[in-house]
Design a protein around this ligand. Structure first.
Ligand code: ADP
Ligand code: ZN
Length: 756
């Protein structure tokens, strides 16, 4: 038996980020992964901590070692492999050990804020003699019943050997409360606390759907995966499943997961967004039944806790969820699937910053498990890994069934304007909408901006209405209570000024369009159409996503208008038309991935059309029909896009050929500028020590120089890729990432997904 435990205290602070030794009380059995309460600090206050190792000896004098007070739970919250993963993450992503450990448990179990839910269940005592005596005492000598309600309760429970929930009992026999209390006091009945499971997506019952006959492409892909699972060879267990939308990738995942379960292994399937979870859960439950658990942040604390417990104790061996599901306590994980691998949500922006695919690979390496990344539009960096032989490529270019890919038409909006069309719909899209509605089919209209219009500008002097706290223009929103302006960065709202605050003229006009404007125009032109809108503003409620999607799925609406939320993974048989209202919105952003993002978005939305029996049509509206990203997306030619894009990146020295590192300083103007200058000096010195000449090094204001009244300065560094530069990068992280700057917040990111 180990005498000491190495404990990480549950306080996120650099100064506390090390192990503290505690002695294990003789009567306690403590395992690695156990959460414990320990005396900490001068006041010896009880703090929670994680046991990450056990040992026989410590190099601290014995008298200074304090004992563990008690366990936080009756079981070890973390698996030993999770503790190992956390240590790896702390090193790889330069985060605190406790930051990594906290990813592995539901937030509310810390601080004891969530528990098992129990239900009071009344059962009869097993002591027959007691029961007999109590029963007999209910009658007078003459045989009349003195307590008819107590008699009823006993008779009811006699028929219920499992007992009955007390609340049900009260409902069934109104007014029996005191009778129950009396019987309990006499020992005739006992009230047991029985754990109840809080189940997310209860309405999705497990079904008995069977596996369809796989297409040749599916069978080939699955066999390669199956073989890697059965006979894993190092370096041969990571796959990219490049399959067209509707080619049946999910089916391949399901087969692989079934195979893992047959082998007694666990599996994790990641989806990019919470809004996609219900669809996945539905499909997985109906195929795999009960062993499927769901984990994500929109579940109630209780549901999350129960799902997590079910996984921890092995009742659920398949977990679905967004990137956080990667840390679920699934035992013996043999397979991890990352669906729509190109999505940015697989990168954690907060500390610890991590890449899901990399963590997944690490988690699988212990037992040589299989990683499957799936996408119709793999990220350029992922595809490049395939080309280099680091990932095995599986291709499924054909859609399941007879349906080919939908027909895509690109319309040039410059021509529309010349023709005098000032609506948001090109002639082609307008006619297609009309036909779709006439036929009683459904359509999706995609516009990647919420609100009504993008900005409000004075046509007299050019002034654009800005947020008072951020250097950004405000967006016009409409509501039943009138129009107002809102800042999408800080949430600040204000009324639209009647006159231009600069030149005083009444020429303020809105420009650009958002989901609300599109909705309004559809209403104007097609008053008979039933419309649903899905964007940030309409999905704030707990089940809002699900409700909108289910309603559309039940065909309660003809038109679904939405932001990128509707672009991904959704599968509605009735949709035959997809309109990309403004394809250019993401094309000229200050971001090395803007071409890739535009291509992916168009491909993804286009993939929503014609998934069932009816052929699909896609209309892409753009001002840049000749741009290669739009052209290749319209032709749905991933490889053509990849060839051009990888060449561009090689020439421009963009990832994967180089890495951008951004240090962002936020604070009061002076401090933010000073910190940037100081760091610039340190950075130069560090690069020099590592003999690295940066490809680019700039210091200045961030593209948005002020958000929420904070000034934002930055250092933008581009490093060549390669081991030497990686070592320098590590050193830079050590230098900056964990340090705190006075009056200034420093964030450091490699290849940030948001450059503003
Ligand atoms: P993807 O994930 O590649 O977009 P899905 O797995 O969602 O594609 O499959 C698209 C549709 O085809 C789904 O409705 C699915 O049920 C159906 N499907 C997939 N594989 C088969 C198959 N082998 N036989 C019949 N239908 C299939
Ligand atoms: Zn603002």
């Amino acid at each position: 038996m180990a005498l000491y435990a190495q404990v990480i205290i549950d306080i996120a602070h650099t100064n506390v980020d090390r192990v503290f030794a505690y002695s294990i009380p003789a009567e306690e059995a403590i395992e690695v992964g156990q959460r414990v309460l320990v005396p900490f600090g001068r006041g010896n206050t009880a703090k929670e901590g994680y046991v990450i190792a056990l040992c026989e000896q410590v190099d601290v004098p014995k008298e200074r070692i304090k004992p563990i007070l008690r366990k936080a739970e009756g079981f070890a919250a973390l698996l030993p492999e999770q503790v190992r993963l956390a240590s790896w993450m702390a090193q790889r992503y330069h985060c605190l050990m406790v930051d990594a450990l906290r990813l592995m448990i539901p937030a509310q179990i810390r601080g004891d804020r969530v528990h098992e839910k129990t239900l009071g269940v009344a059962v009869l005592t097993e002591q027959a003699a007691t029961l007999q005596t109590v029963k007999a005492a209910l009658y007078t000598k003459g045989g009349a019943c003195k307590a008819p309600v107590q008699k009823q309760v006993l008779e009811l429970l006699e028929q219920m050997p499992e007992g009955m929930a007390v609340t049900d009992l009260y409902a069934f026999l109104p007014g029996c409360n005191s009778a129950v209390a009396a019987l309990k006091k006499k020992g005739a009945l006992i009230i047991k606390d029985v754990p109840v499971r809080r189940t997310p997506y209860k309405q999705m019952a497990p079904g008995t759907e069977t596996r369809p006959v796989l297409t040749d492409e599916q069978a080939e892909a699955f066999h390669a995966i199956e073989q890697a699972m059965d006979e894993p060879r190092p370096g041969q267990t990571s796959f990219l499943l490049h399959g067209a939308t509707g080619s049946g990738k999910t089916e391949v995942y399901l087969c692989a997961i079934e195979h893992a379960l047959q082998k007694g292994q666990g599996a994790i399937a990641l989806v990019p967004e919470i809004s996609l979870t219900p669809q996945m859960v539905q499909r997985f439950r109906s195929r795999l039944g009960e062993p499927v658990a769901v984990l994500h942040s929109r579940l109630s604390a209780g549901e999350r806790y129960d799902e997590w417990r079910r996984i921890r104790n092995g009742q659920a061996r398949v977990v679905i969820g967004p990137r956080s599901a990667l840390f679920a306590p699934v035992q013996n994980v043999g397979l991890i699937v990352i669906d729509e691998e190109h999505e940015q949500s697989y990168r954690n922006e907060q500390r610890p910053q991590f890449e899901s695919a990399e963590v997944a690979r690490k988690r699988l390496d212990e037992q040589n498990g299989v990683l499957v990344l799936g996408s119709a539009t793999p990220s350029v960096t992922t595809y490049y890994q395939c080309v280099q032989g680091k990932l095995r490529l599986l291709e499924m270019p054909t859609r399941v069934g007879k349906m080919g890919l939908p027909k895509v038409v690109v319309t040039d909006m410059r021509e529309e304007l010349k023709r005098g069309n000032r609506t948001v719909f090109s002639g082609v899209l307008y006619e297609a909408m009309q036909r779709t509605l006439e036929r009683g089919e459904q359509m999706m209209l995609f516009i990647n901006r919420r609100g009504y219009s993008t900005f409000v500008q004075c046509r007299g002097c050019g002034y654009v209405v800005q947020c008072e706290h951020c250097d950004v223009s405000m967006t016009l929103h409409k509501s039943s209570r009138g129009d107002f302006l809102r800042c999408h960065y800080c949430g600040q709202q204000k009324a639209i000024p009647p006159l231009c605050p600069v030149c005083g003229k009444p020429y303020l006009k809105q420009f650009g369009m958002g989901t609300q404007l599109v909705e309004e125009q559809v209403r104007q032109h097609f008053p008979q159409a039933r419309i649903l809108r899905m964007d940030y503003d309409t999905t704030q409620g707990k089940d809002a996503h699900l409700n909108i999607l289910q309603s559309f799925g039940r065909r309660e609406a003809d038109v679904l208008i939405g932001t990128q939320m509707i672009a991904k993974g959704l599968d509605f048989g009735g949709v035959t038309l997809v309109g990309v209202v403004a394809a250019d919105a993401s094309l000229y952003l200050p971001d090395p991935r803007s071409a890739e993002r535009t291509f992916q978005l168009i491909m993804q939305v286009a993939g929503r059309a014609g998934r069932d029996q009816l052929p699909g049509q896609v209309v892409v509206q753009t001002y840049h029909p000749d741009h290669f990203a739009i052209d290749t997306a319209a032709r749905q030619d991933y490889k053509a896009f990849y060839r051009q894009e990888i060449q561009n990146r090689q020439i421009a020295q963009f990832p994967p050929f180089a890495n951008f590192v951004r240090l962002l300083f936020r604070g009061q103007a002076e401090q933010a500028v000073r910190a940037a200058k100081e760091c610039h000096g340190l950075l130069l010195q560090c690069l020099k020590e590592h003999n690295i000449v940066p490809l680019q090094l700039e210091m200045g204001y961030a593209p948005i120089a002020r958000i929420k009244d904070e000034t934002r300065t930055q250092i933008l560094l581009k490093l060549p890729s390669g081991p030497q530069a990686d070592a320098a990068l590590d050193a830079l992280y050590t230098l900056f990432y964990r340090r705190t700057w006075p009056h200034c917040t420093l964030t450091m990111e490699t290849n940030p997904s948001n450059m503003v």
